[in-house]
Design a protein around this ligand. Sequence first.
Ligand code: ADP
Length: 153
Amino acid sequence: MDILLMGPPGAGKGTQGALLAENLQLPKFATGDLLRDAVKRGTPLGQRAKAVMEAGHLVSDDIILGIVREELAKPEASQGVIFDGVVRTIPQAEGVDRLLLERGRRMDAVLFFDVTDEEILSRLAKRRDVEKRADDDPAALATRLSAYRKQTA
Ligand code: ADP
């Protein structure tokens, strides 16, 4: 089963996605986690994504679809995937559909996490203290929320 989680930053996709993944025995795949790890390790992908991510902008559709293609090729992804924050633009939605179709699959469910801006800002202020993510600072966060509204919502 393939399930897509959508919603603004801080809506709880990561938290609920981990529970779903455990219950359904499926891998959870978060482009944000994969990109952060690439930045930390300084891989070529990380070097391309670092500045864009830190400013709170979206990484290019080509990069994201390349990552999704690699993820779907893994044996552990053969029974389905919990996609967390993977689709943020229309070309990404079309691309993920196409990549699944190549494997005879389609997105079985899309869960939308609907959370008010006020709640998001309060949650992310707390997360910033705990995780110390560079892109939770107020300027980058404002850019991320605006990217969500303009390109994803
Ligand atoms: P959040 O959803 O809380 O903003 P993520 O950890 O999901 O945080 O993503 C962090 C950053 O990684 C995003 O701000 C963006 O720069 C990049 N990113 C992650 N997924 C995508 C995607 N599907 N398309 C474009 N950029 C992405």
